[in-house]
Design a protein around this ligand. Structure first.
Ligand SMILES: [Zn+2]
Length: 190
């Protein structure tokens, strides 16, 4: 079904943001919120009078600062409130005095201090989990907090790239960026 074709949405900076449906993508392009970078060859959406070529990759015309939006909610009490002051591993209900924030993907392994990567945990669960992911520690989370959303989305994007080869060069852009930054760092320290 052409209606359910997925379209890769990039920020104005070419950073992958999300997958949207074909009709949503066409609406964004129609309203000039986004521009088409790649077409989904041969797929058309018909209205009574027109046929629109379905895009495969679109890019926002104006940059959206996702990181600063997320940073605004990276506040201990807001995350406790989001998680209802409950340890997301064992369900223990606590207070701001005895609860901790756990990095779902540990900090030492590149996990960032953003709402999407933080959950409320009691001290014993936090210690037990240590330097592991919930999967590695076999500590499934009680809820699927919005914290997880972004991480899962990235995995979904990588998987999608397997079947949509035209997406590949957009999805791995961040890796290139990191490489560029690292090169710059070493140039400075040299
Ligand atoms: Zn716990």
């Amino acid at each position: 079904m052409v209606i359910s074709r997925k379209v890769l949405l990039l920020n104005a900076s070419y950073e992958p943001m999300n997958l949207v449906t074909a009709p949503k993508a066409l609406t964004l392009v129609w309203r000039r919120v986004a521009e088409t970078l790649e077409l989904d060859h041969g797929y058309l959406i018909h209205t009574p009078r027109f046929a629109f070529e379905v895009p495969s990759v679109i890019r926002l015309t104006h940059y959206i600062d996702v990181r600063s939006r997320q940073n605004r909610v990276t506040n201990r009490h807001r995350i406790f409130a989001r998680d209802h002051y409950k340890c997301q591993y064992c369900g223990h209900r606590g207070t701001a005095f005895d609860l901790t924030l756990d990095h779902i993907l540990p900090k030492s392994r590149g996990g960032r201090t953003l709402a999407e990567n933080l959950v409320t945990a009691c001290q014993p669960c936090n210690n037990r989990k240590g330097n592991r992911t919930p999967e590695e520690a076999r500590m499934p989370m009680l809820t699927n907090p919005s914290a997880l959303y972004y991480g899962l989305e990235k995995v979904a994007l990588r998987q999608a790239a397997e079947i949509r080869p035209e997406w590949r060069r957009y999805l791995f852009l961040e890796v290139f960026e990191e490489a560029i930054f690292q090169n710059n760092d070493s140039a400075v320290s040299a």
